[in-house]
Design a protein around this ligand. Structure first.
Ligand code: G3I
Length: 348
């Protein structure tokens, strides 16, 4: 039995797939995929840049494959993401001559995009990250082009358009650092207001790109409790834990301030030391313990990738890191030291 079986009856267990994953569908991927996950997310495949890179060029090939692959696995399916300031081509925001779009143009483009994508997968994708990362860490609206041109209305317009097309779909607002109190409060007061105005919004996606000690379980719980108190569901949408040194200095290894970060960013390229494996396993156990406490409000827990080798953290904050944030090693072997901790957690 795999991770999904451990949490059967609690929440879906998901993972994000890359373009290569859906292209190849190799056995070494498909075997662990089928036995460990019952929800799938598209890491980059459904983003605007991927499916509509130029005004006259569409590319649904990989997105279609993703949906077909999920259906073949009888998996719950996530759509990520309809409206975001990143991985959205420049032509969306400006004319060929570089001048910006008007309010009418931009809202038209946004609605058409949502209609086109959601119509194609209507009744097949279960849940959408309708808007991604529209708030800053201090709870203000991010000054993106969406916001600068359309004002805060853009979020409402997006959710309204989405609900109109697929009234059965679950519609979520998704963001990182949702646990930061000002951010949690900013998001919640806005989405609550939106819901009072009659807009359909069903839940909050907490990405959960975490460090070993940061944020604390208490900080995460405080945010989860606030979301629950406001009557929103929660999806854990992009879980991973970074054990590498980070310029923020908050991760598992220490940064020596006398040396440039670049010179010490990849200390574990030959493997993770046992004490860090233990810390990572304990951290995952504590996180899942918290999620289980709120299982009536958390519909899924999705890891941001299957194996370490494919994690975005190998490229962030700078390329060339060897990160160990996920549940599968380079050869698609489930990491026993992580799985056993969750098994034990479920038994106790
Ligand atoms: O596919 C091209 C390739 O053709 C090109 O040669 C290469 C050179 O840079 O880039 C490749 O594209 C990269 C793409 O990932 C696919 O690997 C982009 O540069 C790179 O920026 C992109 O990174 C993605 C990132 O979003 C971009 O914002 C990560 O894979 C993806 O994991 C990450 O996911 C986001 C979520 O959507 C939202 N929350 C945060 C999360 C982590 O940043």
């Amino acid at each position: 039995s795999g991770i999904k079986d451990l949490f059967a009856g609690d929440f879906y267990i998901g993972t994000a797939l890359s373009g290569r994953d859906v292209q190849n569908q190799s056995q070494e991927l498909m075997v662990p995929l089928r036995s460990n996950f019952n929800s799938l997310s598209p890491e980059n495949l459904l983003k605007w840049q991927s499916i509509h890179p130029e005004p006259d060029r569409f590319n649904f090939d990989r997105a279609d494959r993703y949906v077909e692959m999920g259906e073949g696995m009888d998996s719950h399916l996530v759509g990520h993401t309809l409206v975001w300031h990143k991985q959205t081509p420049d032509w969306v925001f400006q004319h060929k001559d570089g001048t910006g779009r008007s309010r009418e143009e931009l809202s038209f483009l946004m609605k058409s995009h949502i209609q086109m994508v959601m119509r194609r997968y209507k009744g097949r994708i279960d849940i959408w990250d309708v808007v991604n990362e529209a708030f800053t860490d201090d709870g203000q609206f991010r000054r993106s082009t969406w916001f600068n041109v359309l004002g805060e209305d853009f979020i409402k317009l997006a959710f309204e358009a989405a609900h109109k097309i697929d009234p059965q779909a679950e519609l979520y607002y998704n963001d990182y650092n949702v646990w930061k109190p000002k951010k949690t409060d900013g998001i919640l007061s806005f989405v609550s207001r939106m819901r009072e105005e009659g807009v359909e919004i069903h839940g909050i996606g907490m990405q959960c790109h975490l460090g070993l000690e940061y944020p604390t379980i208490g900080q995460l719980e405080e945010a989860i409790q606030k979301i629950v108190d406001r009557g929103f569901n929660i999806s854990i949408t992009e879980l991973d834990i970074d054990v590498l040194p980070n310029p923020s200095g908050r991760q598992g290894a220490d940064i020596d301030a006398n040396f440039p970060y670049e010179a010490q960013y990849d200390p574990y390229q030959n493997g993770l030391p046992n004490e860090l494996k233990e810390m990572l396993a304990n951290r995952y156990r504590d996180i899942f313990k918290l999620f289980l406490k709120y299982k009536d409000h958390i519909d899924r827990v999705t890891f941001w990738g299957v194996r370490d080798q494919d994690s975005w953290l190998n490229n962030w904050p700078i390329p060339g890191r060897t990160a160990y944030p996920l549940f599968f090693d380079q050869d698609y072997r489930l990491k026993k030291y992580l799985f056993d901790k969750l098994l034990h957690l479920k038994k106790t």
